[in-house]
Design a protein around this ligand. Structure first.
Ligand code: NDP
Length: 326
């Protein structure tokens, strides 16, 4: 047994329920490795799970993303060894000083990428990667609407669309955040907190035309405007609900607005095989190592101050990626 500290959700609720507890960690089982954790990623999925939007039985150890160095290897693990630097973006129980992880969920961290940056890039980086490559294949000439463009996924989306020769109409909730989006080469920026008619502003920014694809992780507050911003046969990508979940939807609206497409994707379906996980994770980390993709670490918090990190995220006070440092 190894003694570790873990971020526990004892019952559903707001951030005040979070507790750091001492836990006895068993040696890694079949197909698992034990990792000394360098950094844990803070994500909205942790919030949805803690609140009970995604129902899990409590208590559970929070968080799904992190990085660290392998300290022990269980039976049947062949492609991971003690001393390897690894990162992961899925699988509950990542919030701890030492954790056991399924070896087939790990991505090797290449030289030239620090472990904290790797932790910051896995979940949001692979998400942005599948959104621009697989959910909609962005190419030169594509016009994309990116909401919350100064956020974790948002900053990466802006960079990836631009790298493919696309045009970005970005939204954010403050002048400072719009400046971040501009710095990442967004072609047009809109403060959606000030906007009386967001879809009209998006279209005006695109020469009066609808956009090809709307990347919307804000959800409830922006969904209608995103739909109204699309060109005929455009794609609405609802990938999250930072402002709340979108209520039930009348499918006839896709017809009335011009044969639109709607998808609600999740990372798990786009990293379903080991091959796809390694390809996506490797591509994101490789772009970071080569200086083609920048990750802003917007805040580092000790595990004991996790509640503050989540409060900041949920209150729109953050930019880029937040990390917990165990
Ligand atoms: P962000 O860093 O983007 O933080 C959320 C941002 O959303 C805020 O900073 C804020 O930016 C904006 N926002 C607008 N309205 C609200 C509101 N009422 N409450 C809180 N935030 C609001 O977070 P992430 O990058 O971690 O995640 C973005 C979205 O992507 C989330 O919905 C998340 O669930 C989703 N996601 C989905 C995945 C998938 O595979 N489907 C995987 C990973 C993330 P501003 O101040 O500029 O408005």
């Amino acid at each position: 047994m190894t003694t570790a500290r873990a971020l526990v959700v004892p019952r559903n609720g707001d951030s005040s329920v979070l507790e750091v507890q001492d836990v006895d960690l068993a040696p890694p089982g079949d197909g698992e490795v034990q990792v000394e954790v360098a950094a844990v990623g803070v994500n909205f999925i942790d919030v949805y799970q803690r609140q009970g939007v995604y129902s899990l039985s409590t208590p559970f150890v929070s968080c799904s993303e992190g990085s660290g160095t392998v300290t022990a290897v269980g039976a049947g693990v062949e492609d991971v060894a003690v001393g390897d630097r690894v990162a992961w973006g899925a699988g509950l129980g990542a919030g701890g000083t030492v954790v056991n992880r399924a070896a087939d969920t790990l991505v090797p961290v290449p030289d030239g990428v620090e472990l904290d940056v790797a932790a910051a890039a896995m979940l949001q980086g692979m998400t942005a990667h599948y959104l621009v490559n697989s959910t909609y294949a962005v190419r030169p000439g594509t016009v994309a609407l990116v909401h919350a463009a100064a956020g974790g996924v948002g900053q990466l989306l802006v960079q990836m669309v631009k790298a493919k020769g696309g045009t970005v109409v970005a939204t954010a909730g403050s002048a400072d955040k719009l400046e971040i989006a501009r710095g990442l080469r967004a072609d047009a920026v809109i403060n959606y907190r000030d906007s009386a008619d967001l879809a009209a502003e998006v279209r005006a920014a695109n020469g009066g035309n609808g956009v090809d694809v709307a990347y919307d992780g804000v959800g409830k507050a922006t969904f209608d405007a995103s739909l109204a911003s699309l060109r005929p046969r455009g794609l609405m990508v609802l990938f999250g609900g930072a402002s709340g979940q979108v209520p039930p939807f009348d499918i006839q609206r896709l017809n009335a607005s011009g044969s639109l497409f709607l998808t609600r994707p999740t990372l798990g379906s786009y990293t379903a095989t080991r091959e796809e996980l390694l390809e996506r994770g490797g591509s994101v980390l490789g772009d970071i190592a080569a200086g083609r993709l920048a990750v802003e670490i917007g805040g580092r918090y000790p595990l004991t101050e996790a509640a503050t990190a989540y409060d900041d995220l949920e209150a729109r006070r953050t930019t880029g990626k937040l990390l917990l440092i165990p």
